[in-house]
Design a protein around this ligand. Sequence first.
Ligand code: BTN
Length: 288
Amino acid sequence: MAAEADIYRHMRSKSPDPRRLSVSAVREHLRSNWIAGELHCFDALDSTNTTARELARAGAVDGTVVIAEKQRRGRGRLGRSWVSPAYKNLYVSVVLRTALYLESDLQISLMAGVATCETVREWHEATIKWPNDVLIGGRKVAGILAEMEGVGEDRFVVLGIGVNLNAEVGDYPEEVRDKAISLRMAVGEPVDRARVAGRLLTLLEQRYEQLLREGFEPIARAWRVDSGMIGRVIRVGEPGGEVSGEVIDVDADGALRLLLASGATYRVVAGDVTVVGGYERGAAAGAV
Ligand code: BTN
């Protein structure tokens, strides 16, 4: 299996590329109790989510983290791919086993969006687009892919997070250049990737523990503020066609509640959201 081959190649390699994020550099910035108790940093993987799932199936402990410098087949939501240039960004996956106590998978996706947005905000202002895209100036700086597997006690979630950190415009194919942004492009100088990784995993543990302890409402409160989507008009691509309406709220399970022109309400549980009039408030015409 490709992921297994990557793991063995990694174990045999004696001289890691000096550009690779090291376990000790990430740990310097980590203030977590159990997330990243097991932390693996690779040069190249097909996808950190694939390798994290392999490790979880083989019994990896709760909170195991996989980081890669490059992904050959990085995956995004809705079957898309995730552009993953080498040694520039952060591609990280976390195995969460206690997720089996949660009521809804969407809750964990929104929780991860809040933690990622909070991390990015330590460097630059950012917002969340439902469910969990993190945007700067209407362009995507981070994306999250939550994948569930197994049943009962064996169930686990792999939370995969990609953050564009030091990539430059030329690192992205033409078709995504006007949609993607890195923190480096936003702040005008390179960022310390180990520090971002450490802060992200620390904030993720805090928000996840809050979700388990206090339920979804505190996460929903943070999400409402971070997203600025309440009251905006959006379009959503759904299997049955496009739906458009005003965002009223985020529900107790993480779904987006819309008010349609007919006066009916509508729940969005999946799909691609476009904010009509552009994502930023008061922005010129356009849509993100
Ligand atoms: C999206 O916005 O479409 C989700 C993108 C998720 C990308 C990350 S990068 C680390 C992890 N490994 C993957 O293959 N995907 C996620």
